[in-house]
Design a protein around this ligand. Structure first.
Ligand code: MG
Length: 338
């Protein structure tokens, strides 16, 4: 069993600006797990907020000793072991989880959705993200996104109303709104949500900072729109304490260590009567395809990370007008382009 990795710099079609940061390039690590002539691919897209970078990922990966295990099919044992090596490192752990799942699917010669008994035709449609920008750029982006039936709009800077008004002048399609913790005051947040309700918005993601959970509880009692946790929820253990503060959770493979834990989060959130969204970072078709295999279990999908880049090195799931089209190839169904 051998794990190797390589860094890729992904270029954004437009500068990607949210309430706390902006970027033109996303650096990711693609891993290859090889055993008995079968290669499994995985991906780590690190986020500074969660303490990771393209420097920390290799440091973590080289600590994993696969010689302790007889077969990659002992996925449960291998992932438990890797998780226990060190706290955090969730996207690095995710890369290993995806590569082992891809390897297993290839070994069994079936796509992952089949392994889980899922019908990919029943997948939630993906939204397309409009990041924070000037009126002119937002107009251009909304027109470019004409084929996508659902838009996810980033707010939480100082131009919320302008962002929404600009979009609503062009289209009446469904909008998801993501404040990325941008509203620091609960009264301001409530005012914004009341206004957004009148703009035909479906839900609001992470209205306030994760540290202000009591304020978010207060807000949820008064809010006319469902609230979805993103920055407030990384992994499985955090879900129960969020049940009174949010109506749903946004699961991201890069935050939660991969498909194995994502599946557990889905089941846990369902038991607590919470909605399930799956989001992503800026990722190649490797990470996005992995999320898409869980598509039939989601209420909302926001799996557009590879649509936002101009130079995806991989083929995999295709996003056709927001529909996530998986192929019949085994495992994740991804392949490196020539
Ligand atoms: Mg979000």
């Amino acid at each position: 069993m051998k794990l190797t990795w390589k860094q890729y710099d992904l270029h954004l079609k437009h500068t990607f600006r949210i309430s706390r940061s902006a970027s033109d390039v996303a650096k990711v690590i693609i891993v290859q797990f090889e055993h008995n002539g079968i290669i499994g691919y995985g991906e780590a897209s690190p986020t500074k907020r969660y303490g990771e970078s393209v420097e920390t990922i290799p440091q973590f990966l080289q600590k994993i000793d696969f010689s302790r295990f007889d077969s990659p099919l002992q996925l449960e044992d291998i992932l438990n072991y890797a998780d226990a090596i060190e706290q955090g490192n969730t996207s690095a752990k995710c890369a290993v989880d995806l590569a082992l799942h891809d390897w297993m699917g290839k070994k069994l010669n079936i796509p992952l959705y089949q392994l889980w008994g899922l019908n990919p035709a029943k997948s939630a449609k993906s939204s397309f993200t409009i990041a924070i920008d000037s009126k002119e750029v937002v107009e251009q982006k909304v027109r470019e996104a004409e084929e996508f039936p659902i838009l996810k709009v980033k707010v939480g800077a100082d131009n919320d109303e302008e962002m929404i008004n600009t979009i609503r002048k062009i289209t009446d399609k469904v909008l998801y709104v993501d404040a990325n913790e941008g509203w620091k005051d609960k009264h301001l947040a409530l005012e914004r949500i009341k206004w957004l309700k009148d703009q035909n918005v479906e839900f609001v993601e992470q209205p306030m900072p994760s540290a202000q959970l009591d304020d978010i509880k207060w807000l949820r009692d008064k809010s006319d729109l469902p609230l979805i946790a993103d920055e407030s929820v990384l992994r499985l253990q955090e879900i129960p304490k969020l049940a009174g503060a949010f109506d749903g959770i946004n699961i991201k493979l890069m935050k939660c260590t991969g498909l194995r834990e994502a599946m557990r989060m889905i089941n846990t959130a369902r038991a607590l009567n919470m909605k399930i969204m799956m989001g992503c970072m800026i990722e190649t078709a490797v990470g996005i395809s992995a999320g898409a295999h869980l598509g039939p279990l989601l209420d909302y999908a926001d799996l557009d990370g590879n649509v936002l880049i101009s130079d995806d090195p991989f083929d995999g799931v295709r996003n056709i007008k927001g529909e996530l089209k998986l192929n019949n190839n085994p495992g994740l169904g991804v392949s490196l382009k020539d």
